[in-house]
Design a protein around this ligand. Structure first.
Ligand SMILES: C[S@@+](CC[C@H](N)C(=O)[O-])C[C@H]1O[C@@H](n2cnc3c(N)ncnc32)[C@H](O)[C@@H]1O
Length: 480
């Protein structure tokens, strides 16, 4: 272990290796590290030595060996001695696995020490040196390769050091902002016949990654969804495997939904919710603009997403969070609001409507029959035009509609398994044919019977996914 680290440091600093260490190159492979530790520990050590800011800036969170083994196995399957390139090699987790299949390895990283660590780890594991290159893989030309593997950096546009991503996206012909990881995917797809890269889950659904999905989609062989969180970085990942001979995919979010066990639903839509309702999302201006007028209990109830359960509004019964504060019953002083820029907005909200929560496991919504509540961003508002609000609620709480929503928009929410619909997606919700089942569901909801309504709506849509849906409810229909 220490010998390997010393080797890496020596390479970084251009020091000629003393005899004993130079001998490592001639040790029979695999070289045994003290305590039975494997060469991959060099990468772990290197990672642990990077400061937190550096780790974040470079997206340096290294990959568990079993994950690298799985992705590499798919990528090299059936190939004879392929050249395998990792353009962001980090501690070498992927190339160490690739070394089990081939001896033609290429390591690239922007961090010279990471390249040195990978080189040392591979030397220890195999007795051979890989081809190496220190450089920016989103700028420099990549060495030729048959297969590209790895875990490129996941960088957020919100973080200061990464604004250059925009320029790189343009350089690669991808319009607008695209996460660096997706740019690595694009570059890899153009560079090699086979690719296996870890990607942030957002690549599946983020609007900004749409150009990358469009180009890479026809090459997708599989999208692998890990069964556990892989990194301490607060980001969920998927493995994307590309193969020039693959059939490709059209709907990326469906793949994610399949992996999560979301049932496929075949809905024969009789129009959409947007054709029969006015649907709007709240804005930040409204969220912040309300602040001076919010007080406890006295006024129009302010309904946050957390207060909405399926068919139940918990305002006053459960605390709410608004403006970094905890409230028992947040309410808006309407008299005060009347002279503010939000007066018109509030007036439009104070009508009979349905409010829809966000970041939930199934769609959760409540009816405000009296038109007395104000939605708190990011709650969505649905004002029926030629439907009864209870009919609208029946649609939103229909089990097939939640399955549809997870397929449409899975991956957009903070948790990979939650629904976060935009107003546009709410408008596109398919409606069932008018009929007795839909009416029965609306009637059941008036009495608070969510399960009976769900069952009736399953019949209205001709799709039975009640079991899947009811297991995801925040309660099992037995409300107090
Ligand atoms: C998640 S780590 C890679 C981990 C490695 N693939 C593994 O599985 O062990 C991301 C790596 O990308 C490197 N990196 C960040 N930006 C890069 C760039 N523009 N070009 C090449 N490497 C980069 C970082 O230095 C870091 O080592």
């Amino acid at each position: 272990m220490l010998a390997g680290a010393a080797l890496a440091l020596a390479r970084r600093d251009g020091i000629r290796l003393p005899g004993d260490l130079a001998l490592l190159a001639h040790e029979p492979a695999p070289f045994a590290l003290p305590g039975g530790a494997g060469p991959e520990l060099l990468g772990t050590l290197h990672e642990s030595l990077l400061g937190r800011p550096t780790r974040r800036r470079r997206g340096a969170y290294y990959t568990p060996a079993d994950v690298a083994a799985r992705l590499v196995g798919w990528a090299v399957d059936g190939l004879d001695r392929p050249v395998v390139l990792d353009p962001a090699c980090g501690g070498g987790a992927f190339l160490l696995e690739a070394a089990r299949h081939t001896d033609r390895l290429v390591a690239v990283d922007i961090d010279p020490l990471a390249v040195a660590v990978t080189e040392a780890a591979l030397l220890l594991a195999t007795g051979r040196r890989p081809v190496t290159h220190v450089g920016d893989a989103l700028v420099d030309e990549w060495p030729a390769a048959d297969v590209v593997v790895g875990n490129p950096p996941f960088l957020s546009q919100l973080r200061g050091g990464t604004a250059r991503s925009r320029d790189r996206a343009v350089a690669l012909g991808a319009k607008g902002y695209v996460d660096d990881a997706a740019l690595f995917l694009l570059a890899a797809a153009r560079h090699a016949d086979r690719v296996a890269l870890l990607q942030p889950e957002s690549v599946v659904s983020a609007a900004s990654a749409a150009p990358v999905r469009a180009e890479v989609g026809p090459l997708v062989e599989r999208i692998w969804v890990p069964d556990r969180p892989l990194f301490d970085a607060a980001v969920r990942v998927v493995g994307v495997v590309l193969d020039r001979r693959a059939a490709g995919i059209e709907r990326w979010s469906s793949v994610l939904a399949d992996a999560r066990g979301v049932p496929a639903v075949d809905i024969d839509a009789q129009g959409t919710l947007g054709e029969r309702c006015e649907i709007n999302a709240g804005f930040r201006d409204e969220y912040y603009g309300l602040a001076p007028f919010v007080r406890e209990r006295d006024g129009a109830p302010l309904i946050t997403s957390g207060l909405i359960d399926p068919a139940v509004c918990r305002w006053g019964a459960e605390p709410a969070r608004y403006g970094r504060q905890r409230w028992t019953a947040p309410a808006v002083d309407l008299a005060g609001l009347a002279s503010s820029p939000l007066a018109g907005w509030a007036e439009r909200q104070l009508v009979p409507k349905v409010l829809v929560a966000t970041q939930t496991r199934v769609i959760e919504a409540v009816v405000d029959e009296a038109g007395a509540w104000l939605p708190c961003t990011p709650v969505l508002t649905v004002v029926p035009v030629d439907l009864d609000p209870w009919q609208v609620l029946a649609v939103l709480l229909a089990p097939p509609v939640s399955a549809w929503a997870l397929r449409e928009a899975g991956g957009a929410a903070l948790s990979g398994d939650a629904v976060k619909l935009s107003a546009t997606q709410l408008r596109a919700i398919p409606l069932p044919a008018d009929g007795p089942e839909w009416d029965a569901a609306a009637a059941a909801l008036r009495t608070g019977d969510v399960l009976a309504a769900g069952a009736a709506m399953g019949r209205a849509y001709g799709v039975d996914v009640l079991g899947w849906w009811s297991a995801r409810l925040p309660y099992r229909g037995d409300r107090d």
